[in-house]
Ligand binder design. Structure first.
Ligand code: UDP
Length: 269
């Protein structure tokens, strides 16, 4: 638990159960986060695509970690993910405080367009699921003009409601994507992927929160300087004040990390 660096590893080329190289990971309040850079994360995605089968990528941020403290199903989904990228400056701060620094923030909102770029270059097939009606189509247009040749083999808003699952799964299976990006917000999107991957068998499925809104230009992302100094949350709060309740998770996270560090020290002495 906590600050233990767990060597799931494999810089030396060992392979995990599904044959994909595993990343070195750290534990933040009991939640696994892989210490990958963006380049390495994209490499993992390529390995998973080459290998086929069903894999899941999760974008761990402080809200995820706090939710996983009480929601054990969500925690298990995060734990079973094939790749858990460090999304959020708060997570990098926590890792540093706990003595197991992560090298780089890999935001899902950056990785999703990077997967589109990779798809354009390597011929992977991309499917965009979620967001409000029309947004995925708009995002697809933007990605197509930004990365000419990218094969977007489907877009669909749908919803994470159980009674829509069969229809959505059928659509995706028919489209045969290599990468599936799901924008239903956390934890719904991550639970949705976990529940449906046995039927979907998409090589890489990833929950991407509000990314389609950003790509489509429906919502603005915080400017780079705010992201760099860890103020993305403030920008989002200013844009959507109704998020304040959800955002209480952030100070709670900071307190828990500080407590953990203090208790860890006390135990060690
Ligand atoms: N969303 C959706 N269906 C739902 C709930 C959410 O399509 O039932 C979409 C919503 O339109 C938005 C995304 O999921 O595009 C969630 O964005 P949010 O910023 O809340 O996610 P976060 O990044 O905080 O996980």
């Amino acid at each position: 638990m906590g600050a233990v660096r767990r060597d799931r590893i494999v810089r030396s080329g060992m392979r995990g159960q599904k044959g994909v190289e595993l990343a070195q990971s750290v534990q933040i309040l009991g939640v696994r986060v892989d210490d990958v850079t963006m380049d390495e994360a994209l490499n993992h995605a390529q390995q998973m695509a080459a290998q086929g089968g069903a894999h899941q990528v999760v974008t761990v941020n402080p809200e995820f970690v706090m939710r996983a403290q009480s929601d054990l199903v969500f925690r298990q989904v995060l734990d079973e993910a094939d790749l858990a990228i460090p999304d959020g400056q708060g997570l990098l701060w926590a890792a540093r405080v706990l003595g197991t620094p992560l090298r780089e923030r890999v935001a899902g909102s950056d990785m999703a367009p990077a997967l589109a770029e990779l798809s354009a270059r390597e011929g992977y097939r991309l499917y965009l699921l979620g967001a409000a009606p029309g947004v995925a189509e708009k995002a697809a247009d933007v990605l197509q003009s930004r990365y000419p040749g990218v094969q977007i083999v489907g877009t669909y808003a749908g919803s994470p409601a159980l009674d829509e699952e069969d229809e959505i799964v059928a659509r995706i299976v028919a489209a045969q994507p290599d990468f599936l990006l799901v924008a239903y917000g956390a934890p719904a999107q991550d639970l949705w992927i976990h529940r449906n991957q046995p039927r979907l068998q998409v090589p890489v499925a990833m929950g991407i929160g509000g990314t389609l809104d950003f790509v489509a230009g429906v919502r603005k992302r915080a400017p780079a300087w705010m992201r760099r100094i860890g103020l993305e949350w403030l920008y989002r709060l200013m844009q959507e004040p109704s998020r304040w309740r959800r955002m209480l998770a952030l100070p709670r996270f900071a307190v828990r990390v500080a407590e953990f560090k203090f208790m860890g020290r006390r135990n060690a002495s």
